[in-house]
Design a protein around this ligand. Structure first.
Ligand code: SF4
Ligand code: SF4
Length: 88
């Protein structure tokens, strides 16, 4: 599962720098998570870092992105492989 940010977000800015996948960004109104980049922190940390720091607990699992741990690990490997880096 990727995670998602609900409209209870208060734009406190603390989660964005904590994301190891740079999946969190400020949308038109509130912060958002790119589900294609979120691995639930699998590969980086034991717990989702954004959930740990969010003061209003507004980051549930994304119902549209059901992924088991193995799939999340594959996503992590894909995101961190050299071939996925932007070309100069
Ligand atoms: Fe980023 Fe981890 Fe939160 Fe996903 S769970 S958005 S990878 S900090
Ligand atoms: Fe919004 Fe929570 Fe992130 Fe703060 S930590 S910007 S309230 S999602």
């Amino acid at each position: 599962m990727a995670l998602m940010i609900t409209d209870e977000c208060i734009n406190c800015d603390v989660c964005e720098p904590e994301c190891p996948n740079e999946a969190i960004f400020l949308g038109p109104e509130i912060y958002q998570i790119d589900p294609h980049k979120c691995t639930e922190c699998v590969g980086h940390f034991d717990e989702p870092q954004c959930v740990q720091v969010c003061p209003v607990a507004c980051i549930p699992k994304h119902p549209g992105f059901a992924e088991d741990r193995e799939t999340l690990m594959q996503k992590y490997l894909r995101l961190t492989s050299p071939s996925s880096a932007p070309r100069p």
